[in-house]
Write a protein that binds this ligand. Structure first.
Ligand code: NAP
Ligand code: MG
Length: 467
């Protein structure tokens, strides 16, 4: 199946490009489709359409913009089974997880923002002036493959509500979900040019879009490495950047807490989405005298976890996204062994078709080892023993990242530790994140926040009309 269409100015257009990118099913290694690499002139057309559509969209009442997003919500809700099947096909995540953790999550987050927007002040009188918050213009949204629907939704919903128009460039590993989402958005009947989608390679199509002189804001989710390059490129025309980047998030277990809960969180971090999550809690800190019992609980936890065909309901661990990603994960595992960490379980590829890797846990990990410092983005957890709480907090913060974190322990102590972690989210014990609560990173994990009203805030320019 060749997909040579791009969504520009409210219609599907046939690309003139003759270059294509193959899309694989990572569980079978079959090529399931090919998507086109948009040409520079097609990116120009998409940006021009978004630019043309901006003034009218930005002038619409917020309630009118909201009603278009409500239509998208309704159609996505109706077509969720189809979207989930597409995500499973190109991402390799298990269907059970995908339905809830990928597709339903998008609906819940979208609804949460649509509810909250009524409480947001786009205009107010302030010290004799009128303060207006409005869109930036035509913006670029560049998204990764690990949540192929929701990484787009997290930008689309707040950015459109704020009055911006969009050109989206999805990840080349998972463009089919993005194309399906564009179909859904088309069905919702937005004014032409408000939403545009171009497929193509990151460095070429993505780089060209991000550097476009008519783009005042780039909203990027992906690796810190690519984010750093965009930061440099954006400086030429002082573009605003919203960046959700990598992570290496700590989970600290405190004596007297619920160790089963801590083990559950640490293992879910490497099971869900095969550990390919930016906020995965992959450094698990336990007091030295709890190390043995923690190891036993981990082994018991992983004993009956089903790995394999992601289309089966019972599967908990599917395939990694690509051979490249699998090789990277296996190389980190070798690096961990070479640096002296010990394997508690896992460490190998499973089978020889499809990119499956066992859930892998290292112990005797030192926080300065490569496997404890670099983002592996796969099913690998590092168990790190600590002597004192001060040492645990210091190690937890001793990373260039600062995305997420968790503390399991007696509630008051755990809350006090949470305040000392330098991360954008900290989960304490059974705490569950509302879909209205912000997400985003400190340090090299990013700039800005997504989700709910905090997410909308970043997509707004502020104008003071002084009377
Ligand atoms: P990536 O390689 O950085 O790619 C992300 C997106 O950027 C893709 O659409 C990619 O296109 C594009 N891209 C690549 N090079 C580019 C360039 N030079 N200029 C413009 N665009 C470019 O990341 P990934 O491998 O897809 O995703 C994994 C990473 O994303 C991890 O580091 C993870 O932590 C991070 N992530 C962060 C969050 C968060 O919210 N903080 C969420 C999810 C993922 P191609 O696909 O065509 O290469
Ligand atoms: Mg990449």
């Amino acid at each position: 199946m060749k997909k040579n269409q791009l969504y520009i100015n409210g219609q599907w257009i046939n690309s003139e490009s003759e270059e294509f990118i193959p899309v694989l099913n990572p569980a079978t290694e079959e090529v399931i489709a090919e998507v086109v690499k948009a040409t520079e002139s097609e990116v120009d057309q998409a940006v021009a359409a978004a630019k043309e559509a901006f003034p009218a969209w930005n002038q619409l009442a917020v309630s009118e913009r909201k009603s278009f997003l409500e239509k998208i919500y309704e159609i996505l809700d109706r077509r969720q089974a189809e979207v989930a099947a597409t995500v499973v096909l190109e991402l390799g995540s298990p269907i059970g997880f995908t339905r809830g953790g990928q597709v339903k999550l998008s609906l819940v987050e979208m609804k949460a923002t649509l509810e909250e927007i009524d409480n947001f002040k786009f205009e107010e009188e302030y010290h004799g002036s009128t303060i207006i918050k409005e869109g930036f213009g035509p913006i670029a949204c560049i998204t990764p493959w690990n949540w192929p629907l929701n990484q787009i939704q997290r930008k689309l919903t707040p950015a459109l509500l704020a009055g911006n128009t969009l050109v989206v460039k999805p990840a080349s590993n998972t463009p089919l979900t993005a194309l399906l989402f564009a179909e859904i958005i088309h069905e919702a009947g937005l004014p032409k040019g408000v939403f545009n989608l171009v497929t193509g390679s990151g460095s070429e199509t993505g780089g060209y879009l991000a550097a476009h002189p008519d783009i005042p804001l780039i909203s990027f989710t992906g690796s810190t490495e690519v984010g750093r390059g965009l930061y440099e490129a954006a400086s030429k025309s002082i573009k605003k950047l919203i960046m959700e980047l990598g992570g290496k998030s700590p989970l600290i277990y405190l004596p007297g807490g619920d160790l089963d809960l801590a083990v559950d969180k640490a293992m879910q971090a490497i099971i869900n989405n095969q550990g390919q999550s930016c906020s995965a809690l992959t450094r698990f800190f336990v007091p030295k005298d709890q190390l043995e019992v923690t190891k036993e609980k981990i082994l018991a936890y992983l004993k009956d976890i089903t790995l394999g065909d992601p289309t089966k309901e019972e599967t908990k661990i599917g395939a990694l996204i690509s051979k490249e990603q699998m090789d990277k994960v296996l190389a980190y595992i070798e690096k961990g062994k070479a640096e002296g960490a010990k394997l508690l379980t896992g460490g190998n590829r499973v089978g020889d078709k499809g990119f499956f890797v066992e859930p892998t846990v290292f112990y005797d990990v030192k926080n300065d080892m490569t496997i404890a410092q670099e983002e592996i983005f796969g099913p690998v957890s590092c168990l790190i023993a600590y002597d004192s709480l001060e040492e645990a907090i210091e190690m937890a913060n001793d990373t260039t990242y600062g995305l997420s974190g968790a503390v399991v322990g007696p509630q008051e102590e755990a809350l006090a530790v949470a305040r000392q972690l330098r991360t954008g989210n900290v989960f304490v014990n059974e705490g569950i994140k509302s879909a209205k609560v912000p997400f985003g990173g400190y340090k090299e994990s990013g700039l800005g926040r997504e989700v709910g009203l905090y997410g909308v805030e970043d997509y707004l320019e502020v104008k003071a009309i002084i009377k």
